[in-house]
Design a protein around this ligand. Structure first.
Ligand SMILES: [Zn+2]
Length: 126
């Protein structure tokens, strides 16, 4: 539901800005014909005010999007790191003097002996 919130907020900011500009221009033109130069103030006020108000909203949406991008790339990297750890477990066999293989469980870090693929302590499948 909130997956694309950043771009939604950015879209709302743009629509909101143009609505304020259009409304300001319409009211400003009407005031120009009725009251004179004060209409120009209303038009410029709507443009500047609309920009200031919505640039803040747009920045929030943009920042939100960037944070989501960083978050997803960090998550992907963590998954990659876990894959590397799995690859390395095959190399973590230690052979004792009698030729017995000892390996460390990647989950509980306890020693297991023999060429088995299930941890004797926590049942973790290697
Ligand atoms: Zn274990």
């Amino acid at each position: 539901m909130f997956k694309n919130c950043g771009s939604t907020v950015k879209g709302i900011a743009l629509i909101n800005f143009w609505l304020m500009v259009i409304a300001g221009v319409i009211v400003g033109i009407w005031l120009l014909s009725e009251e004179g130069p004060v209409g120009l103030l209303v038009i410029s006020g709507a443009v500047i005010g609309g920009w200031l108000e919505n640039v803040a909203l747009y920045t929030i949406g943009d920042t939100w999007e960037r944070v989501k991008n960083i978050e997803s790339s960090v998550t992907e990297k963590t998954i990659d790191d876990n894959d590397d750890d799995d690859d390395e477990t095959d190399d973590e066999y230690v052979y004792t003097g009698s030729g017995e293989a000892i390996w460390l469980c990647p989950k509980c870090q306890k020693e297991n002996s023999g060429e088995i693929s299930v941890c004797q302590h926590c049942g973790f499948h290697v």
